[in-house]
Design a protein around this ligand. Structure first.
Ligand SMILES: NC(=O)c1ccc[n+]([C@@H]2O[C@H](COP(=O)([O-])OP(=O)(O)OC[C@H]3O[C@@H](n4cnc5c(N)ncnc54)[C@H](OP(=O)(O)O)[C@@H]3O)[C@@H](O)[C@H]2O)c1
Length: 334
């Protein structure tokens, strides 16, 4: 490719000067390799981006890199004939801000293997309101249904319900016919969560798990963003053959449990690792997100729209557990 363009990016370094992320000017020649050069329109802020941007979690496996695990934009040049100039594409995970430059730059190079042609039914902005968070919620539903989850098994508990994955999961699971019981620490936002489709809201500060290996089953399944004692507390409450999609660790990584929910009720724990999802599954998830599982309330779930310069402020609030919905990052005009 002959394009050599100076542009702005939120770039993360870790060297003798220390760990730091901030705005700088760089050239497209310095971007990680890939067949497609994309002018980025939107990115988003995920919990992982906050960890990477602040150094509070080890996300990047090499330095320096542009942050941002999500990107959508327009192809400027392509060495792969399956993409051409002007095509709209998106990418989530797939090594962005881990092993290659991510979406927090006005340009990104993508390996064509991981670039997804924007599916009909979504625009560039909507695709990044979804981003990794929406992809993760929908991947959870897909994996649960592959393992025979149905609405008839009972309500789905969604934890961390006021966060990005949480709100999108409320909307997506209720669209797919499930009753969603939202578990959140933000009781003042329960009315809002109900407008997204939550059938019930449960205050996580009032939850008193019995600590018994088995308890009365009350959830058909769960999508857990919190981990730790929340995950341990949910497992004894799942009905026979229900599934728990384990997505996050906002509340902790270690959990104490017993084998009883698994050997007496056949409960399944499904690991969700969105960043490394295989291409065929990735395509299926995006097709659902653009059609039958497309959330009805995307504009309300996108509670904030920021520029790259405003990222540090959002990272701080997110790591304090203060998230509310999705933060969309407006990167450049396309
Ligand atoms: N596995 C994957 O592929 C994948 C993909 C995306 C995200 N994730 C993970 O999923 C989680 C959610 O991500 P996100 O982007 O939605 O983050 P987010 O927007 O910051 O939402 C996290 C939510 O978790 C709850 N929370 C925060 N701190 C907590 C604590 N100490 N104890 C209990 N609950 C707490 C809060 O919800 P309430 O106040 O409503 O309870 C918060 O809004 C993160 O752990 C993230 O790393 C995993």
């Amino acid at each position: 490719m002959t394009h050599s363009i100076d542009f702005h990016a939120f770039r993360i370094h870790n060297d003798a000067t220390g760990y730091r992320g901030g705005m700088e000017t760089m050239n497209t020649d310095a971007l990680s390799a890939g067949e497609i050069l994309v002018k980025v329109a939107y990115s988003s802020v995920n919990y992982k981006d906050a960890l990477a941007g602040t150094g509070k979690g080890k996300i990047l496996r090499q330095y320096p890199l542009n942050g941002g695990v999500d990107a959508s934009g327009v192809v400027v040049a392509s060495a792969d004939p399956s993409f051409k100039e002007g095509d709209h594409v998106l990418c989530t995970g797939s090594g962005l801000s881990e092993t290659r430059d991510g979406g927090y730059g006005e340009y990104i190079r993508l390996p064509s293997q991981w670039a997804i042609a924007l599916p009909k039914g979504l625009n560039l902005r909507e695709s990044m309101i979804l981003g990794t968070a929406g992809f993760t919620a929908a991947l959870s539903l897909l994996r649960m249904e592959h393992n025979l989850q149905t609405p008839a098994l009972g309500p789905i508990a969604v934890t961390g319900a006021s966060g990005g994955v949480g709100m999108l999961a409320i909307d997506i699971f209720s669209r797919a016919g499930y009753a969603v019981h939202a578990i959140s620490g933000k009781a003042d936002h329960f009315d809002f969560l109900r407008t997204l489709g939550a059938a019930e809201c449960i205050d996580r500060h009032q939850l008193a798990f019995s600590g018994k290996p088995m308890d009365s089953a009350r959830f058909g399944g769960a999508l857990d963003n919190v981990g730790g004692s929340m995950l341990a507390g949910l497992l004894p409450l799942i009905v026979p053959y229900g599934n728990v999609a384990v997505c996050g660790n906002a509340g902790g990584i270690a959990f104490d449990s017993t084998v009883m929910p698994f050997i007496i009720r056949g409960v399944s724990v499904l690991g969700i690792a969105s960043a490394g999802t295989a291409r065929d599954l990735r395509d299926q998830v995006w097709q659902h997100l653009a059609s039958d599982w497309k959330p009805h309330h995307l504009d309300r779930i996108a509670t904030r729209e920021i520029t790259l310069e405003q990222l540090p402020e959002v990272f701080g609030r997110m790591l304090e557990g203060d998230s509310f919905g999705r933060t969309l990052v407006r990167v450049g005009k396309v």
